[in-house]
Design a protein around this ligand. Structure first.
Ligand code: DC
Length: 212
């Protein structure tokens, strides 16, 4: 079974994806880490994130086994990741890895922006997870605080909106729900309620498929 989970930054899709993968015994890939790793490699080498040649070369050379998730969550990396993600050659270089990951038995949950539209258009279930920008900013601030990082909610909100705009407006695989995605708005749901709602959608989709 392949489950595609897309949505904007801090919508809760990552936490949901991890829990769903554990629940169904599937592999999990946070595809945002791939773009973050490309961004970090380009910045670390001293180049701007929109350097197409450097970013494409970095995308061809990344090794997900060696990812340091903490370092990839840094603010500068977040910003730069949505810049490298708009480069078609970068997306192309990361395609095979993601498709091969999805194809590994017994299946996988992948979360990102283009999983249901580009990476796994034939996924068994597609979820598009959203939440209001204000609640996403509040959640991101709480997450940063828990990691000991002070953050101003207005700055975080401005960062999220800028990244949403870049991820949605780009020509290459923009952030948008697949026509057959199930929308899940988590604005008024805590993580347990969001998880239950997601499982209900997945179960209904599986039962519907068996009948049909
Ligand atoms: O999910 P995230 O915030 O860690 O993603 C980081 C950036 O990577 C995000 O701004 C958009 C990009 N991204 C993408 O374009 N496609 C994906 N499948 C996943 C992430």
């Amino acid at each position: 079974m392949i489950i595609a989970i897309d949505g904007p930054a801090a919508s809760g899709k990552g936490t949901l994806a991890r829990r769903i993968a554990a629940h169904y015994g599937l592999h999990h890939l946070d595809t945002g880490l791939l773009y973050r790793a490309v961004a970090k490699a380009v910045l670390d080498a001293g180049y701007p994130a929109d350097d197409v040649a450097r970013a494409s070369a970095a995308a061809a050379a990344i090794d997900p086994e060696k990812f340091d998730e903490n370092a990839l969550k840094a603010h500068a990396v977040s910003e730069a990741s949505s810049v490298v993600a708009a480069i078609p050659q970068v997306r192309k270089a990361l395609l095979d890895y993601q498709r091969a990951f999805a194809a590994r038995p017994p299946g996988a949950v992948l979360d990102g922006r283009d999983i249901g539209t580009v990476i796994a258009p034939g996924a068994d279930v597609k979820l598009f997870v959203t939440a209001s920008p204000q609640i996403r900013a509040a959640r991101r601030v709480a997450e940063l605080k828990a990691r000991g990082v002070a953050a101003d909610e207005r700055d975080v909100l401005a960062d999220l909106l800028r990244r949403d705009e870049r991820d949605s407006a780009r020509a290459a695989a923009p952030l948008k729900p697949a026509p057959d995605a199930h929308l899940l708005d988590t604005t008024l749901l805590d993580i347990d309620a969001a998880f239950r709602a997601a499982v209900a959608i997945i179960e209904a989709a599986r039962t519907g498929r068996k009948r049909g």
